[in-house]
Design a protein around this ligand. Structure first.
Ligand code: MGD
Ligand code: MGD
Ligand code: MO
Length: 783
């Protein structure tokens, strides 16, 4: 333990930015050494080794890094983790402590000027803390008083003015209790990080294929002939996916990457677990790389549809799976008509791709009998995200790529249990069937009126309509749009409650009263229960349910497990005689699982089946039986107009992305190794020709202005970096750039923020610029 280095005292100094050339392959032995180094510096040798050996193993804990599934065959390697999973674990395992003394030394006025990097590296929070109106510091509070304060605030408010946010690391059992608590209070105000993440995927898929989740299993990658990776950076965000892609290529599959950035993990991969990966060149991942303009994917997939239908006309029966279409779908004729013509000039303008490039990849599609299309946030955070994803579904339907080996739709989820949270009922728009099941099981009356999503919650803060905000994990202030207005609104809210592991910006821009409840993380032992140690469960991106159990000694004896915190909040709010037996659930998580088994489809015999070696897989009609549980019992083709993002004169389209050293709003370090950027985060990557055309040079300091519907947002002091992104586009890091996102810039239907759809221009940085827009506002300032 003594190896643990002290937390950094200095904050980020952006003047030390270094830029090298982007890498052409991901992982390799460097990734392993980086991971170990991070672990050792935060947690020391014993904790690091103990924890790394248990990631994603049977009886171990689920990696908190991402939702990519583990192989459930015997092939599960002894090190089923990746550099970034290891960093996520090290981040949680730290032996650094944020104690009451720490809070006493750090008034809010000081913390306001700190970056998220600094805040997060201070360590694990050890005691429940409170700050009341007029206080300058957080001070300790007993658990009992914390819960009764929360109960009082909720009971003095009206249910609709209470908001219960969830971040996707929350386990199934916790999520189930938490939604039940919100509904028992009387509200469906259950926004979650999914609203900002893959909501567009669900909105596109539910009406078209009857399920809001992916329809492939990991095994499908072994049988696929063609795999698309669209709008996704797996080398950083889902590193274990690279093994599946490399294996698929060995089996003869072709891989097509569609991305404005030449991401290292898309171009090549060095598997750290093979000799070749350690010493050799590694393997190529993508056979074809389409360097698309941000927002051009709808046009691209429409062009594919057109080209495939042309081929079908030349060669009837070669493309269209008519038998499947007749039996299982509606709307094909309308789709065929809509895709009968194409405007190639407009398509090339929208995509930045040539007709030849598009046709070459369309030929691969035409030949493939089993295609998987994977996507992530590059497709979900734009105004036309839902139609874009429906166009992908059209293409898959046309070739019958559902319910057969090696084929299907694969939205690659983010947070390790974001999919499970939704399955458990964390949803502001619940189905009647789900509410009926809860009401019957618990003898309660759930509210029927839909609640707020994350964007609507932001608006509630702005309009002073939030009395109580409870946050199960996460960092709402930094994750959402319109940072400045959101932070101001959060400060005016009555009570903010954060169930957290580490300090973050949302604790600093707190409500008039604010409570921090420190909790156990994934790797921590949860053994203070009458029936002995407890385990939790999660659902991965491919609908596999499995258990997760931490083994490490918690950093403080004062931490409570999340289910216990929810139960005690519920009892303090709803009273001892509420029909739900919260205490029994908190004491023994099998009781929660029995309730889940009784109310959520697919969880029959939950307690029994989850104790099997590999957990179990939830039913998935398209995958299991080629059927579609839409309202009409069939899959739907859809028709969307041609649409893309066109930047006004003098503007670029800005997307926001994650660096290699970050987990959402948490920064592990300041290096984006694969992109060749280190020691800084306030950068904007721009194509060299665009830089020149706009009259700027590499490394110029600029202020950034985004425009939306005639209004502007501004964020100051970013460095321009010449970078081989698609022309007309730019890229900046999340969350530094969130201040530029107007809250009304959202995806239609899903209401997901337009984090990859801003129109920006640059002006030379002005030293004397209006302080209101200063970069310190985003919690990510530079000295
Ligand atoms: N290490 C690590 N792992 C993570 C996370 C993390 O922060 N760190 N976050 C987790 C979470 S919550 C999530 S949701 C996932 C996110 O996983 P990703 O979706 O991979 O995350 P982003 O960094 O947002 O990268 C988006 C990618 O889309 C591309 N892109 C942007 N705009 C477009 C476009 O218009 N079209 C196309 N085709 N591509 C575009 C970008 O260049 C980038 O490569 O990762 C999860 N895993
Ligand atoms: N510009 C831009 N903005 C984005 C995105 C983007 O691509 N671009 N992506 C969006 C996406 S995909 C997502 S998912 C959201 C993420 O939004 P959130 O999920 O709200 O944010 P995180 O950064 O994942 O949350 C980190 C915090 O969770 C707490 N935490 C960590 N582990 C645990 C635990 O085990 N239990 C509890 N109770 N707390 C814990 C810690 O205190 C930490 O500070 O951001 C969104 N925002
Ligand atoms: Mo996410």
């Amino acid at each position: 333990m003594s190896l643990s280095k002290p937390a950094p005292i200095e904050d980020i100094n952006e003047d030390q930015l270094k830029v090298g050339s982007p890498k052409t392959s991901a992982a390799g032995v460097k990734a392993v050494t980086v991971a170990l180094d991070r672990g050792l510096s935060a947690a020391g040798v014993t904790r690091t080794v103990r924890s790394l050996l248990r990631i994603n193993q049977h009886n171990g804990f689920d990696c908190p890094g991402c939702a990519w599934p583990e192989s459930i065959t015997e092939r599960r390697s002894p090190a089923e983790f990746c550099e970034n999973g290891a960093k996520a674990v090290a981040e949680e395992n730290t032996t650094r402590e944020v104690t009451p003394e720490w809070w006493a030394q750090h008034p809010i006025a000081t913390l306001e000027d700190k970056t998220e990097y600094w805040l997060g590296s201070q360590g694990r929070i050890t005691h429940p803390m409170i700050i009341r109106e007029g206080d300058t510091h957080y001070t300790p509070i007993s658990w009992a008083e914390a819960f009764s304060t929360i109960g009082d605030h909720i009971n003095k408010s009206t249910p609709d003015r209470c908001v219960f946010y969830t971040s996707g690391r929350t386990a199934n059992e916790t999520a189930f209790m938490y939604q039940l608590f919100a509904r028992s209070v009387g509200t469906n105000n259950l926004p979650d990080c999914s609203n900002m993440c893959h909501e567009s995927s669900g909105s596109a898929m539910r009406p078209t294929v009857g399920i809001g989740k992916g329809t492939v299993s990991l095994e499908d990658f072994e049988h696929s002939e063609l795999i698309f990776v669209v709008g996704q950076n797996p080398g950083t965000n889902h590193p274990r996916m690279l093994s599946a892609l490399a294996d698929a290529r060995k089996n003869g599959a072709k891989v097509v990457a569609v991305n404005p950035l030449p991401e290292a993990g898309l171009l090549g991969f060095k598997d750290p677990q093979t000799i070749g990966g350690v010493v050799g060149e590694g393997s190529t991942i993508a056979d074809h790389f389409l360097q698309i303009k941000v927002g051009g994917d709808l046009a691209l997939f429409q062009a594919f549809g057109y080209l495939l239908l042309q081929e079908e006309a030349r060669n009837p029966g070669s493309i269209v799976d008519q038998e499947f279409i007749d039996a299982q779908t509606v709307g094909f004729d309308g789709y065929r008509e809509a895709r009968a013509t194409i405007d190639w000039n407009a398509t090339e303008e929208a995509t930045g791709l040539s007709r030849l490039e598009i046709s070459t990849v369309a030929n691969l599609l035409a030949k493939s009998k089993a295609t998987i299309i994977c996507w992530a946030l590059g497709l979900t955070q734009q105004p036309h995200s839902v139609p874009t994803l429906r166009e992908i579904i059209n293409l898959l339907l046309m070739q019958g790529n559902f319910g057969k080996p090696g084929a299907g739709a694969c939205p690659v989820r983010g947070h390790s249990n974001v999919q499970g949270d939704r399955t458990m009922g964390i949803w502001e728009k619940p189905t009647e069937a789900m509410l009926e099941a809860f009401d019957k099981e618990f003898n309660i009356t759930s509210p029927r009126e839909f609640g707020v999503d994350s964007t609507e919650a932001l608006e509630r803060f702005e309009n002073d309509e939030v009395d109580v905000f409870v946050s199960m994990g996460g960092n709402f202030a930094l994750a959402n749009s319109d940072t400045e207005a959101l932070e101001a609104g959060m400060r005016r809210a009555g009570l903010t409650v954060h169930i957290s592991t580490k300090p973050n910006r949302s604790h600093v821009v707190h409500g008039r009263t604010s409570i921090i409840l420190p909790t156990l993380g994934r790797t921590d032992r949860d053994d203070k229960h009458p029936n002995g140690p407890q385990f939790l469960t999660v659902e991965d991106s491919m609908s596999v349910i499995k258990s997760t159990q931490g083994r490490l000694k918690p950093v403080s004896e004062h931490l409570l497990a999340e289910p216990v915190i929810v139960a005690r909040m519920a009892i303090a709010t709803l009273g001892e005689d509420h029909p739900v037996d919260w205490k029994a659930m908190a004491e023994d998580y099998d009781v929660i699982r029995d309730h889940i088994a009784n109310t959520i489809p697919g969880f029959e015999d939950f307690n029994l089946r989850v104790r099997g070696k590999n957990g179990f897989v939830l039913p998935n009609p398209p995958r299991d039986s080629r059927t579609f549980a839409t309202d009409i019992g069939k899959a739907r083709f859809s028709v969307s107009p041609f649409e893309y993002l066109a930047a006004p004169e003098g503007h670029l389209i800005l997307q926001t992305m994650r660096s290699h050293d970050q987990y959402n709003t948490t920064f592990y370090g300041l290096d984006d190794r694969y992109r060749g950027i280190s020691n800084g985060r306030r950068v904007i990557l721009v194509h060299p020709e665009d830089l020149e055309a706009m009259g700027f040079k590499d490394r110029d300091l600029v202020d950034v202005i985004s425009t939306f519907k005639g209004t502007e947002r501004r964020a100051n002091k970013f460095r321009l970096v010449a970078y081989p992104t698609a022309k007309g586009c730019a890229a900046a890091y999340y969350p530094e750039a969130n201040a530029l996102v107007h809250r009304e810039l959202v995806a239609r239907e899903s209401n997901t923020p337009g984090f990859k759809a801003m129109m920006v221009r640059f002006v030379p940085h002005e030293q004397s610029a209006d302080k209101r827009y200063d970069e310190t506002r985003s919690g990510a300032h530079s000295a």
